[in-house]
Design a protein around this ligand. Structure first.
Ligand SMILES: Nc1ncnc2c1ncn2[C@@H]1O[C@H](COP(=O)(O)OP(=O)(O)OP(=O)(O)O)[C@@H](O)[C@H]1O
Ligand SMILES: [Mg+2]
Length: 272
């Protein structure tokens, strides 16, 4: 049960979390952190470092092998029904099912309908919210288009719109900027930023590049299958830490008051 001490309940709390896949792969171990609401958190780390696994565990899609995770005091395993109400999710791009011939409007409306009790029909309110969300990412003109026919960047924007149209105080986005051009990145980041500020929601975003979101982020979790860094973007932009995670060629460079993280994995990440 969620404890009801109001504001003191953390948004997300992980305690000694470990996740091992059935094939024996230990994706996460010894992961403990607390995120308070409202906040914008970035999750960074190289390929295979357990970022998506952590997001799926917070969503209750994967069960911990050890330890616990809670969202607003609700245990993600035992209280999965509550978790579905609290969290909205944009999955990593390569994991999106494209064989289902849905239209853009169906995808965005799904964000609302999945949180309603059956029978699930879209009301005029649902349609209005779906259209508003698509307009936020400049995709309204694609309302009737088949989703699989869109470009990767357009699909990504539609999925962000689906999350914006949905409800729940926590948005989890797994690399929503991957494979998108500078304009799409700007649209997605601005839409998320406006939405977060105006609706008192929290965001956890997996990203390979802190640069487009560095001004929005209060917390960074740096993963390499365990939590190697946690703190503000400035705290985590530490040379020793970055080398430990991305290897000896990674470095922090300061230029014109900005900190840049250069890694062979993610290119250049900057933080002021
Ligand atoms: N379904 C699965 N079954 C077995 N092992 C898995 C599964 N999913 C992920 N893994 C393994 O768990 C580890 C963490 O994977 P995960 O997808 O969480 O990493 P990631 O940080 O999201 O990587 P990327 O940056 O490539 O998205 C990897 O070693 C991966 O091979
Ligand atoms: Mg991933």
């Amino acid at each position: 049960m969620a404890n009801d001490s109001g504001d003191d309940v953390p948004l997300v709390e992980a305690r000694d979390l470990a996740v091992r896949y059935p094939n024996g792969e230990l994706a996460l171990y010894n992961v403990s952190f607390t995120i308070k609401a409202p906040s914008f958190t970035a999750v960074i780390g190289p390929n295979g470092s357990g970022k998506s696994t952590l997001m799926k565990t917070i969503l209750g899609l994967i069960h911990p092998t050890r330890g616990t995770v809670s969202v607003m005091g609700y245990d993600v395993v035992r209280e999965s029904k509550e978790i579905r109400k609290l969290v909205r999710y944009v999955p990593q791009r390569d994991h999106i099912e494209l064989s289902i011939p849905m239209r853009v409007k169906d995808i965005v409306l799904m964000g609302r309908l999945l949180k309603k009790p059956a029978p699930r029909f879209a009301s005029s309110m649902d349609k209005k919210a779906a259209k508003e969300a698509l307009a936020r990412v400049n995709m309204l003109e694609l309302w009737d288009r088949p989703f699989p026919e869109l470009s990767g960047g357009q699909r990504q924007r539609v999925l962000v719109a689906r999350a914006l149209a949905s409800s729940g105080p926590l948005l989890i986005l797994d690399e929503p900027l991957a494979g998108t051009d500078a304009e799409s990145q700007k649209l997605i980041v601005n839409a998320l930023s406006d939405y977060q500020k105006n609706n008192n929601v929290s965001v956890i975003m997996v990203t390979h590049d802190l640069n487009p979101i560095h001004v929005l982020v209060q917390n960074v979790l740096l993963l390499r299958n365990t939590l190697l860094g946690v703190g503000t973007p400035c705290d985590v932009m530490d040379t020793e830490l970055i080398k430990q995670v991305y290897g000896p060629t990674a470095q922090i460079v300061e230029h014109s008051g900005h900190k840049y993280c250069i890694t062979h994995d993610s290119g250049v990440d900057r933080h002021d």
